[in-house]
Design a protein. Structure first.
Length: 633
């Protein structure tokens, strides 16, 4: 029995060796290559198909299948006028029935491809078409779906039932960065309904989304001869979006709907710029998100010109609440006009998004804005609304303060890199203002402005810095210029109803005022100048007048005029002229002071009978006078 058992073992080995050798010879890579090439030749395709190796594969899963595995496949058109595009597949597994090897009637099951690259290049022949649709990318697709789709689905299902691709990379003109990478691609053919169902994950590259950081879009397509449906779901950073689209091929109509939630606003803007939308609107928006529903429908041949409908669109985040009031924008090419309702946004953050977040010298708080932002057209947008809680910083002679502005109506037009605007209806904290300001600034913050202030009353702290005392009412008309974000020039006419200090009072003051290169020049005149007798200035002035007119008790002057020059380190006065209201004593003088209040000057006092020359010294708080010379007239 043992010897008989060994006989069967040896017989089995001999048979296995014979069958193994026969299978190796019959199903060798060379034989498989010959078989595949013969099938290709018989089908007479319009494409050249080249591959490196072909071998027989027996599946290692639980269900026994046989397949041909092709490696390093390249497919390209025989006629380059059809296309110059090239398809490269690293590995292709084609399952089939063994009888196909003998009868050469091919029927595949589920065909599987590994990594596929499709390099898209235009044909080498110029296409000449006389109709208006010659350059329309949808014309060929429409013709294919209407005339060949049903037949192609039936023909395809005779060969295979399903096709899967691990990774499909779409390249254009040898670009190293793929326009799109498709993964987990699967297409199922259903001949009874003459349709195909395609599912895939698509990763869109720069040509599609620019610098917007999209994740993979899980997609599904249903293709029929008269209809193409697409649904997709994906993310843009932390935001989520859904897309539903239907192309009625027979009518040439497209219906597109998209819904987005919590999308980063800056990424949306990058996507819009990539498609040529809102190119004039270039802020850098951080910590701001958007919710929006978008749709359009119409003739697919005019897809870039279709009206876009918006619904429930808003932005929220650090800037504040921004609601899109516009229901429609022109199209995918032009965009706009787009109206945004802005609610209580931080203007410093807004200006910072336009790279102009540095303080403009005298502006310490930009405030908060409520109003409308309208994107009118390319390189043209406007702001209009109310600015609240802004603040202006002022300093002079070691004193510093801030003037708070409760509210102001402003409007700004951005045209290319220039800002045109005006401010009016300004309400001050602890003050009053009837003013209209117009300005024309570059994006850098430099520019010119005009102002017409019919009534201006600042807070007492601001008045002390501006005037050195308090003013009950004032007006100012003029123009100015800002260079390098600092005040460069002002030309103005000033009127003060009065000016009161600890030492004197002025009434009905007029002054022509200029500022340039850090220096103020004033040409003031006043109807009346009244010194307080008990003040140190009053006592010093009484000493001067008493020598001319003993027992004088009225220290009032009239017809006052002078030229005053002010700078950071002090100032000068020249051509000072005044006359006492009583006794007609004339005073002429000139002098200067330093930033620390040190003053020096000369006064000539002319009475009815003689005149005197006086030296003025000390400081603004404690002036000193000394007679220099006297002359009998």
């Amino acid at each position: 029995m043992a010897s008989r058992g060994w006989f069967f073992v040896l017989l089995g080995i001999l048979i296995s060796s014979f069958l193994g050798g026969a299978i190796y010879v019959f199903f060798s890579p060379d034989r498989m290559r010959e078989f595949v090439e013969s099938v290709i030749t018989e089908k007479k395709p319009k494409f050249l198909i080249d591959f490196k190796t072909a071998k027989l594969q027996f599946a290692d899963n639980w269900w026994p299948t046989v397949a041909i595995e092709l490696d390093d496949i390249t497919v390209k058109a025989i006629d380059s006028c059809i296309t110059n595009s090239t398809l490269h597949i690293d590995r292709l597994i084609i399952p089939f029935q063994l009888s196909s090897l003998f009868i050469k009637k091919i029927r595949f099951g589920h065909v599987h491809a590994g990594n596929v690259q499709f390099l898209m290049r235009p044909s080498s022949c110029a296409k000449i078409n006389s109709n208006n649709n010659s350059n329309n990318e949808f014309v060929l697709l429409e013709s294919f779906f209407q005339n060949r789709w049903s037949k192609e689905v039936v023909n395809t299902t005779r060969l295979l039932s399903k096709l899967s691709i691990e990774s499909l990379v779409l390249l254009q003109n040898n670009e190293s960065l793929a326009p799109a990478i498709i993964k987990s691609f699967s297409v199922q053919f259903i001949p009874k309904r003459a349709e195909s169902i395609i599912t895939f994950d698509i990763h869109l590259g720069k040509p599609w989304v620019g610098d917007a950081n999209f994740g993979p879009v899980r997609s599904k397509m249903i293709l029929r001869s008269n209809e193409v449906q697409f649904t997709g779901r994906g993310n843009l950073k932390e935001g989520q979006f859904k897309i539903n689209s239907e192309w009625a091929v027979d009518r040439g109509e497209i219906n597109f709907n998209a819904s987005a939630k919590d999308l980063p606003a800056n990424s949306i803007l990058k996507l819009a710029h990539n498609w040529g939308i809102l190119n004039s609107f270039n802020p850098v928006i951080k910590n701001q998100w958007a919710n929006c529903d978008l749709s359009f429908n119409g003739n697919i041949h005019q897809i870039k010109l279709l009206l876009i409908r918006l619904n429930q669109c808003r932005l929220y985040g650090d800037l504040g609440e921004i609601v899109v009031n516009t229901n429609t924008i022109k199209n995918l090419t032009e965009g706009g006009p787009l109206n945004l309702q802005i609610e209580d946004i931080d203007m410093k953050r807004v200006l910072g998004s336009f790279a102009i977040d540095r303080s403009w010298g005298f502006v310490s708080q930009f405030g908060r804005f409520t109003g409308d932002l309208t994107i009118i057209e390319k390189n043209k947008l406007s702001f209009a609304g109310e600015l609240r809680q802004s603040e202006i910083y002022m300093s002079r002679g070691g004193l510093q303060t801030r003037q708070k502005i409760d509210s102001a109506q402003i409007s700004i037009l951005l045209l290319h890199d220039k800002y045109f605007g005006e401010a009016k209806n300004i309400y001050l904290a602890s003050g009053e203002c009837h003013v209209e300001i117009k300005f024309n600034f570059l994006k850098s913050g430099d520019g010119k402005f005009d102002f017409d202030i019919k009534k201006l009353i600042f807070s007492n702290e601001v008045q002390k810095i501006l005037w050195g005392g308090t003013v009950s009412e004032s007006s100012l008309v003029g123009s100015g210029e800002i260079i390098n974000l600092n005040l460069s020039r002002i030309n103005a006419s000033l009127w003060l109803k009065d000016l009161k200090t600890l030492n004197w009072e002025l009434k009905s003051i007029k002054a022509r005022t200029t500022y340039e290169n850090g220096k103020w020049n004033l040409y003031p005149s006043a109807e009346k100048f009244q010194l307080h007798p008990e003040s140190k200035w009053g006592k010093a002035f009484y000493q001067i007048l008493a020598n001319i007119k003993p027992h004088i008790n009225d220290l009032s002057l009239q017809n006052i005029s002078a030229y005053i020059s002010l700078s950071e380190d002090g100032g000068t006065w020249q051509n000072l002229k005044a006359t006492t209201i009583k006794h007609s004593v004339k005073i002429i003088g000139a002098g200067q002071w330093k930033a620390r209040d040190k003053i020096s000057g000369e006064l000539t006092v002319k009475g009815p009978s003689h005149e005197e020359l006086w030296n003025l010294s000390g400081n603004w708080q404690t002036p000193q006078v000394k007679s220099k010379a006297a002359a009998i007239r």
